[in-house]
Design a binder for this molecule. Structure first.
Ligand code: SF4
Length: 143
């Protein structure tokens, strides 16, 4: 289990942008006792207005493009988008298939990328740690 390097809690809004749901199984596992992301102060929230981090999965379907952009833009700054899984990064099995795009992370300007098909919960937590580090930097805290 990766340790938490920064004293920053995170509200996380999760968005499915055409995932096969494999990545969602791993995101859902963050709340399981084995991983318990709340021990780091990482909580899934219902509204983007309460979120510091937007996690996204999938290649970005046409139907999700506008809602996804609206969700990201509803978040206050500073905010971080985390691309979870190969499809969101742009290298996954569903990228450019049918109406699917080339990766939700690219369209939403993701700054943190968690590779894997699907990535493990530990890998996702490490990505959230990286998001916390970036938010900590933007808050201008001295260490
Ligand atoms: S990265 Fe793999 S598990 Fe995740 S949405 Fe794409 S195909 Fe599914």
């Amino acid at each position: 289990m990766p340790g938490k390097p920064f004293d920053v809690s995170l509200g996380i809004r999760h968005l499915v942008c055409g995932s096969c749901n494999g990545c969602e199984h791993e995101v859902n596992a963050l709340g399981a006792p084995q991983y318990d992301s709340t021990q780091y102060g990482y909580d899934i929230v219902a509204s983007p207005r309460h979120a510091d981090v937007l996690t996204v999965t999938g290649p970005m379907t046409e139907a999700m493009r506008d809602p996804a952009l609206a969700t990201r833009d509803a978040m206050a700054e500073p905010r971080i988008v985390v691309a979870v899984g190969d499809c969101a990064i742009g290298t996954g099995a569903w990228c450019n298939a049918g109406s699917a795009g080339a990766g939700a992370g690219g369209e939403l300007d993701a700054e943190v990328h968690v590779p894997g098909c699907p990535p493990t919960p530990d890998a996702i937590i490490r990505g959230l740690h990286e998001a916390a580090r970036l938010l900590d930097l933007r808050a201008g805290r001295k260490r």
